[in-house]
Design a protein around this ligand. Sequence first.
Ligand SMILES: Cc1cc2nc3c(=O)[nH]c(=O)nc-3n(C[C@H](O)[C@H](O)[C@H](O)COP(=O)(O)OP(=O)(O)OC[C@H]3O[C@@H](n4cnc5c(N)ncnc54)[C@H](O)[C@@H]3O)c2cc1C
Length: 483
Amino acid sequence: MVLANNYDVIIIGSGPGGYVTAIRSAQLGLKTAIVEREHLGGICLNWGCIPTKALLRSAEIFHYGQHAKDYGLTIEGKISADINAVVKRSRGVSAQLNAGIGFLMKKNKVDVIWGEAKLSKPGEIVVSKTSKKPMEPQNPVPKNAQGEGTYTAKHIILATGARPRALPGIEPDGKLIWTYFEAMIPPEMPKSLVVMGSGAIGIEFASFYRTMGAEVTVVELLPNIMPVEDAEISAIARKQFEKQGMKIITEAKVTKVEKAANSITAHVETKDGKVEKITADRLISAVGVQGNIENLGLEALGVKTDRGCVVIDSYGKTNVPGLYAIGDVAGPPMLAHKAEHEGVICVEKIANFPGVHPLEKDKIPGCTYCHPQVASVGLTEAKAREGGREIRVGRYPFIANGKAVALGEEQGLVKTIFDKKTGQLIGAHMVGAEVTELIQGFVVAMNLETTEEELMHTVFPHPTLSEMMKESVLDAYGRVLNA
Ligand SMILES: Cc1cc2nc3c(=O)[nH]c(=O)nc-3n(C[C@H](O)[C@H](O)[C@H](O)COP(=O)(O)OP(=O)(O)OC[C@H]3O[C@@H](n4cnc5c(N)ncnc54)[C@H](O)[C@@H]3O)c2cc1C
């Protein structure tokens, strides 16, 4: 392949935001290149969404194996986990999908420029040899990779993603204090862990390690775990985690970490000022992520940033003509599906594609793949009430659903929130088995501005977990059938 020097669109970063944008850009007839310094697929494919779900799948099967008796089955001997094999499977899944992105770039005639990109002037980038040391030899930069040089484009899209945030004094060291990178590839199973932060990333790792048998303590600064979720859903999830033996301390912060040769002692200060010292093998720092805005030449071009992210308008435009940003580097919610959607909107606007409209952030679903799973879209009950809105709330418990009982998954809730005046669905919140698959039904409904009546007229298949979605709607209007 011979790289050109000039393109219609150059995208910096090949995460889910960057590579999907590149495909759409090429589909729209724009001469497109993507620059990547490390691995195709970004954090999502290599260190985020996908490998964590592979780990969590192993944990789920381990859990069912341990509970085989509940289903009338006997496993001869003891079911045990080989953490190296579990990690190997997860890395294999990531490698398979990473290769798939290479194929997609070729298929769509997107040039891949390997190296680290920096803006040199408006419409121009310089690509140099990557300075980033890869975390592992897997999914490496290909041997025949080309890239170093100067390239120009009418439109440059930053899709450089994000990296772990660190708290001063509790900086990850890769050995005793882990980020998600190290937590994804443990060389051996830690016996105990402190997880600092209970957002989606922290809770997924807490759930994985607890299911695999580690003693896990979660420390969260706010009153509820998974603080962005509806408080009722969060409380149900917490109860389930605690039943599984997870220790959860809320309204508390890790103020200091003492390190020994092969363990840490976390000083955990609760809101009443008491300090509890918790010793564990490792601490996972999961206190959020921050945008990769450094060393990109943004300052020289006067690109506006805010709290570590590039400031954009509703179509991804920055304050510098011809420069755009999408995905994690363009701010929250820092989710792969938000990155993809934002990128498609951005490049369709560039190409003057008809009917493009801005991303509606309040209709972006969020999913956490812990056990039990949590999924939501739209306003929480508290947020809806805070806004002074009159609402109707529906609830339907898993235990009343035939399929949930048949599956042996009786713990959970489907909660729906409607605007009392208009009947419009404004929020849906779920905790329980497979809710990360169910939530999309409500996302579609919200996008179509569906009312309670339309949902009540919709036929849901039996027996499915999805029937709980209808029952929750019926409950909001005092018409629940199976409860
Ligand atoms: C543990 C974990 C689990 C997660 N699970 C989920 C989940 O289940 N669902 C979900 O929606 N989201 C999840 N996320 C978040 C998701 O991974 C991110 O939102 C998503 O990857 C953002 O995509 P992006 O394209 O903006 O950036 P990224 O995926 O971060 O990709 C950015 C790319 O840009 C490259 N790059 C950066 N700077 C340069 C440069 N100067 N030159 C060249 N290349 C550069 C990087 O090497 C990287 O490959 C998870 C994240 C983590 C950490």
